[in-house]
Design a protein around this ligand. Structure first.
Ligand code: URA
Length: 282
């Protein structure tokens, strides 16, 4: 209902006077009477300009920006320099047993988690020739020794053809064998550059400790690791220097299993190796 019934309703609402029961009940009765008449809105005696009231309200003062130091950047994952850690670990060992232990304790190469065995070496550490392959395959992972599968058996036959071998009775005709990586990559995939870089300090230390007269690199992965390049078809049979030692890149025996035609070049490389060991020109 409209306020014309009630233009002058004023409620003396005495907040502090609630102690006066009389006033309260009188006001309440007056209010109920007005409601009965149909009043829906209470008004004051004088009109109130609410827009003016709104405009007169003090404006909130914007807070002055406080000079706080910039928060530190959010901590992201801590980067681990696995290569530096490998270098430190490899630098701290003085013999092959210590190197094997340091490599086994190295936890930054993911391949370690999926591998069954740590595959370090085979043959004779005193050998004049150190052969470096890629990584263990399934058979090597099972046996814990490098080059024991089909490719390894072919390698043994190749060495035998020039009267050499990992267990040769004459240490001067024996070989020492290792790989770039001591853990089998899943599904025998080619090791990636990070894995190679991470394990390289150990491999370099391995060569230094074994101290062979000649290093043989079997296939692209050891060439990538120690020479920084691949292209075994062009590089095989060409003497280069690695870590101060004469080095002969050769086809990997696994490649020869799939490409028997390349055995001709492999035979030439074996003869070259043999001649160098015997100190004669081919
Ligand atoms: N291939 C390699 O390069 N190394 C092994 O130990 C076995 C296969």
């Amino acid at each position: 209902m409209l306020a014309r019934h009630c233009t002058s309703l004023s409620i003396r609402h005495n907040v502090s006077g609630m102690d006066s029961g009389e006033t309260y009940w009188a006001d309440r009765a007056a209010l109920e009477w007005q409601v009965e008449l149909g009043v829906t809105d209470a008004v004051l005696d004088a009109p109130v300009d609410r827009y003016a009231l709104e405009a007169a309200k003090p404006k909130p003062v914007p807070k002055a920006p406080v000079d706080r130091p910039a928060p530190p950047p959010l901590a992201t994952s801590v980067e681990i320099d696995a290569v530096a850690m490998a270098r430190a670990a490899a630098g701290g060992v003085s013999d092959l047993a210590g190197l094997a232990a340091a490599m086994q304790a190295f936890d930054h190469c993911e391949l370690k988690r999926g591998a069954r065995s740590f595959v370090f070496c085979d043959g004779q550490p005193e050998a004049r020739v150190m052969i470096i392959g890629e990584a263990p395959g399934r058979e090597e992972d099972r046996a814990g020794k490098p080059f024991v599968g089909r490719a390894g058996q072919l390698l043994d036959r190749m060495l035998d053809a020039i009267d050499m071998g990992r267990a040769h009775a004459d240490v001067a005709r024996s070989v020492y064998i290792t790989n770039v990586l001591p853990w089998r990559p899943p599904s025998n995939r080619t090791p990636d550059k990070d894995e190679i870089a991470m394990m390289l300090p150990f491999l370099e230390r391995h060569v230094a400790l074994a101290d062979p007269d000649i290093v043989v690199l079997m296939g692209n992965t050891p060439c990538q690791a120690l020479l920084g390049r691949t292209g075994i078809t062009r590089m095989r049979g060409q003497w280069v220097e690695v870590l101060g030692k004469p080095c002969l890149p050769m086809f990997h025996p696994a490649y020869l299993l799939h490409n028997p035609i390349a055995k001709r070049e492999a035979w030439a490389d074996l003869l070259e190796l043999n001649a160098r060991l015997r100190g004669v020109e081919v």
